[in-house]
Design a protein around this ligand. Structure first.
Ligand SMILES: [Zn+2]
Length: 260
């Protein structure tokens, strides 16, 4: 077994798992020799090297916990496939990303059928903020994962504590909560969800929700969003999000024969 022999360099470079010796590490940024700084020519001043920005982008992408499947989902790579509602959703969402941060923490509620690209658009906002180096702590989470976290926080008194589990969800400046309503929460979990979402609302922290459910049944047998998450939570969302409805019926994961 090879062990890391010394701490990793601050700015890239070889991890030395293979070489075992730090002095053989390749320099990843020849411009600054991995110091992160460049001397401004003719002066004694230093300015940050571009590799610092690249490193920061990498770290932000990692800490946002965007699933690997969606890491390529930029707003610019979203295809509306000639669908008017997809094109208008993309434009509204691009406008939202362009004006980040919102003045009062306004978020978005993306409603649309399975496979129309809601998650792509939501992740696109996160990636746009990172790419343009705009401020804010970003986090992606899935509704079911969140419910599991809530359960974990109450079913165990051991570390990590309730506060530790919920802190990132409460404190992110922009939270993407994917697939809202994908599971019907118990009344207890509904209370906790309300607490989380309401705390975010009070702190004016923005949330982008995606959901496969609409406010009105579009087809017979369709459940509505408030039927899935409860009226109290739904009415809170009215106050904290701008609703974007995607009417496209095409599931493009299916049409591409793979999951996106
Ligand atoms: Zn550099």
């Amino acid at each position: 077994l090879l062990f890391r022999s010394s701490p990793p360099r601050a700015f890239g470079g070889c991890c030395c798992y293979h070489h075992g010796r730090m002095e053989e590490a390749a320099i990843s940024c020849p411009a600054c020799n991995d110091t992160g700084w460049l001397v401004v020519e003719g002066t004694l001043r230093a300015k940050p090297c571009e590799c610092q920005l690249r490193q920061r982008k990498r770290q932000r992408t990692e800490s946002a916990v965007i699933p690997k499947r969606y890491l390529h989902c930029k707003l610019s790579s979203f295809r509306d496939r000639g669908d008017v509602s997809l094109a208008s959703a993309r434009n509204e969402i691009s406008g939202y990303a362009a004006s980040w941060p919102p003045s009062e923490g306004e978020g978005l509620l993306l409603m649309g059928r399975c496979g129309v690209g809601k998650t792509h658009l939501a992740v696109g906002v996160l990636l746009d903020i990172i790419e343009k180096d705009k401020p804010g702590k970003l986090l992606f989470t899935n509704f079911q994962d969140l419910i599991q976290q809530i359960h974990a926080s109450f079913s165990s008194d051991e570390a990590p504590s309730k506060a530790e589990i919920l802190a990132p969800v409460l404190q992110a400046d922009l939270l993407v909560l994917d697939e809202l309503g994908s599971q019907k929460p118990t009344p207890f979990v509904q209370e906790m969800l309300y607490y989380i979402i309401n705390s975010r609302y009070n702190e004016q922290r923005a949330t982008i929700f995606t959901t496969n459910y609409f406010d009105e049944s579009r087809r017979e047998k369709d459940e509505t969003l408030d039927g899935r998450i409860g009226e109290r939570l739904r009415s809170r969302l009215w106050e904290m999000t701008q609703r974007i409805i995607i009417t496209s019926e095409e599931d493009y994961r299916r049409s591409l024969g793979r999951r996106i």
